[in-house]
Design a protein around this ligand. Structure first.
Ligand SMILES: [Zn+2]
Length: 235
């Protein structure tokens, strides 16, 4: 009896490499759905974004589509950025653990200061001007018609009221760090049919007015690490 047990023990021991492979395979299989979700959301969101609003570089215009793929309008790209600064997080980038994909673009003040003017990127009507304690903090939402809305998040001050008509380039508030923000920046989000699309589709191919990008990002990150010891949520 003992001999058989001993023999079995040796048998299992001799299979330890195979067991390791089995365990590894098991872990990979378990992780597959997670990997799939990340891959799908990363590529999927860009596909959805491009299907609803498509930038045509030749005509510098934006073609707008119904969710079923039918084109319903063509509008001109805007040249007005909501704020000057540097883009520190692009649309669709991973913002884990807070967002699987980033639903807008973050334009930061490279000197880590609040108070820069934030302006409307296109004419429209203010449909929200208020504050929540989380997420976007103080933010403004503008309806531009054509099923397009723009959101300006993390403001320090709001200078418009709900129902107000705003012109392109009109000041709507001041850059800040309210809500989930690790430093002064504007989260610009553009929704078409309520679905976030890449704001760069509407802003052409240029970067926002500001300093040299790489240098600015380094300065920004350095300022951040000095300023924010306790706050680490960013949206
Ligand atoms: Zn953001």
């Amino acid at each position: 009896m003992e001999a058989i047990l001993l023999k079995n023990a040796f048998l299992i021991f001799s299979y330890r490499n195979e067991l390791k492979y089995l365990l590894f395979t098991f872990v990979v299989i378990l992780a597959l759905p997670i990997i799939a979700v990340i891959v799908l959301t990363q590529s999927g969101i860009s596909l959805v974004s491009d299907a609803l609003a498509h930038y045509n570089p030749q005509t510098k215009s934006i073609e707008l589509f119904y969710p079923d793929g039918t084109k319903y309008n063509t509008i001109q790209a805007t040249t007005v950025w909501p704020v000057k600064g540097v883009v520190t997080l692009e649309f669709g980038d991973s913002d884990l653990p807070y967002q699987v994909f980033h639903s807008g673009i973050d334009i930061a003040n490279p000197d880590g200061k609040i108070g820069d003017d934030v302006v409307a990127i296109m004419p429209g009507k203010v449909i929200y001007a208020g504050e929540i304690s989380w997420g976007f903090g103080k933010h403004v939402i503008i309806d531009h018609g054509n099923n397009i809305t723009s959101i300006y998040g993390h403001l320090s001050e709001i200078d418009v009221t709900e129902g107000q008509e705003v012109a392109i380039g009109e000041i709507i508030g001041k850059e800040g760090e309210t809500g989930w923000a690790t430093g002064p920046h504007v989260h610009l989000q553009i929704d078409v049919w309520g679905i976030p699309v890449n704001p760069r589709t509407f802003l052409g191919e240029e970067d926002p007015p500001g300093k040299i990008k790489l240098l600015s990002i380094i300065t920004y990150q350095l300022t951040l690490s000095q300023q924010t010891q306790n706050k680490f949520l960013d949206l």
